[in-house]
Design a protein around this ligand. Structure first.
Ligand code: UD1
Length: 418
């Protein structure tokens, strides 16, 4: 088992390009099933979730491999229509293969992705979307879908990111016109639309709450550059806010981080948003201020994935900050670990009250989910002394070489075998 040693109290100073977005590359890999020719994807992060997605594609008969940040997928040999239980279990977002698999083969057999660290992870909206496109869905010790999607109106009860993407993929591979109403508006959905249209699909409206797909167009192969990861950026900026110093990030669009940047600005950081970069600066001798209530919400609201890292930064501040987590049931698992580091935080249900303390101190802490892990690393860099962080397999699902990224910003971090 490896652990991360992080020595706090050193201000960060540096610049780096943020790697590609996990939440963009995963649905795009699933979309490759709809292509008829080889696909080349650049700016792909090396993450365990990406390895699992490549494994699913291979098990379905595709050739799929990654070299550095480039992925090649040749879907011409794809034939299977079932995803095994172990693959469904090893990544919650494997449900995203449902729509394209069904559209390609006329059937799909999956097991339930199950709950996860964040609480229950229902898929009712995904299944309702498939049904709205005329396919039959039965649930009997797994999910079994049959039929060729032939368009329809998909009304999402909630703007679910995964259900929106599944509906788009199913509709693109089917026939007829599909309208997705109350679609999620996350930037990664825009990336998926650009990828699909680049292969010859007709998808309009990503970024708004109505998406229209004209199905029935054959998709060629092609090449696509994955967008930068805004949540990795939010985590690195949180580390900068916690430790002080100056962090400049390239490869992300600051507009996708607007709500996060606004919190840091209100907490007393200098934030510079340019087309080419986003920069955060904080004088390490001037404490952060508490921020107005942070309520997570679907995009363009404050991202639930940035809640933990931003809380980690504000744990050492002057004043209080109230967090309201509206997206997931169980998303405060980093809080007991921050408390071990000296934070003063109380939670009740979906609300967390952070009473800023002067300084956190190093401790032995464990990541129990992906973004909570990123948060603990950010907190450690602002703390006094050394933090030993375990549970790194959670972090490796979504951050490529977190310790290397932090080292490039001047942090004193290393990964060692425990
Ligand atoms: C995606 C992101 C994840 C992020 C989340 C919310 C990916 C791979 N993951 O996850 O990082 O935290 O969006 O921004 O892109 N829901 C239902 N029924 C469903 C589907 C969802 O009730 O069928 C609920 C969920 O329980 C949750 C809410 O809808 O409360 C939002 O979830 P959703 O947007 O679907 O998240 P994911 O797509 O799983």
């Amino acid at each position: 088992m490896s652990v991360m040693y992080l020595r706090g109290g050193v201000p960060l100073e540096g610049e780096l390009a943020v790697h590609g977005a996990k939440n963009s590359v995963l649905p795009i890999l699933a979309a490759c099933l709809l292509a008829r020719g080889p696909v080349k994807l650049t700016n792909c992060p090396r993450l365990t979730d990406v390895t699992v997605a490549l494994g699913i594609l291979r098990r379905l008969g595709c050739q799929a491999w990654q070299e550095g940040s480039t992925i090649w997928v040749d879907p011409s040999g794809a034939a299977g229509s079932a995803i095994s239980e172990d693959q469904m279990r090893s990544m919650r977002s494997s449900i995203i293969f449902l729509g394209p698999l069904l559209a390609r083969t006329g059937e799909a057999h999956l097991t339930y992705p199950g709950g996860c660290e964040l609480g229950p992870r229902p898929i009712d909206l995904h299944l309702a979307a498939i049904r709205a496109m005329g396919c039959e869905v039965t649930e009997d010790r797994g999910i079994h879908c049959q039929g060729r999607p032939r368009g329809g109106e998909v009304q999402l009860a909630l703007p679910s990111v995964g259900a929106t993407e599944n509906a788009m993929l199913c509709a693109v591979g089917g026939t007829g016109t599909t309208t997705i109403v109350n679609a999620a508006r996350e930037p990664e959905i825009g990336d998926l639309q650009s990828f699909l249209n680049g292969l010859g699909a007709s998808v309009r409206g990503a970024g708004s709450s109505t998406i229209t797909v004209e199905g029935g167009r054959p998709l060629s192969g092609g090449e696509f550059h994955i967008m930068g990861d805004r949540i990795v950026a939010a985590t690195l900026l949180s580390a900068g806010a916690a430790a002080g110093g100056r962090v400049r990030l390239r490869g992300v669009d600051w507009r996708h981080l607007a709500t996060v940047l606004s919190v840091f600005h209100q907490a007393g950081c200098r934030v510079e948003s340019r087309l080419e970069y986003v920069e955060l600066e904080r004088d390490r001798w001037v404490p952060l201020r508490g921020a107005p209530t942070i309520r997570t919400a679907p995009y363009p609201g404050f991202p639930t994935d940035a809640q933990a890292p931003v809380m980690a930064a504000l744990a050492a501040s002057q004043g209080c900050t109230l967090f309201v987590e509206t997206m997931f049931d169980s998303r405060y698992r980093h809080v007991p670990e921050l408390i071990r580091m000296g934070a003063d935080i109380t939670t009740e249900g979906r609300v967390a009250l952070v009473r800023g303390v002067e300084r956190l101190h190093g401790a032995r802490v464990e990541a129990s989910d992906l973004r909570g892990g990123g948060a603990l690393a950010a907190a450690a860099l602002g703390a006094e002394g050394t933090t030993v962080l375990s549970g790194l397999h959670h972090i490796d699902r979504g951050y490529e070489g977190l310790e290397e990224m932090l080292q490039r910003l001047g942090a004193n971090v290393e990964r060692r075998e425990a």
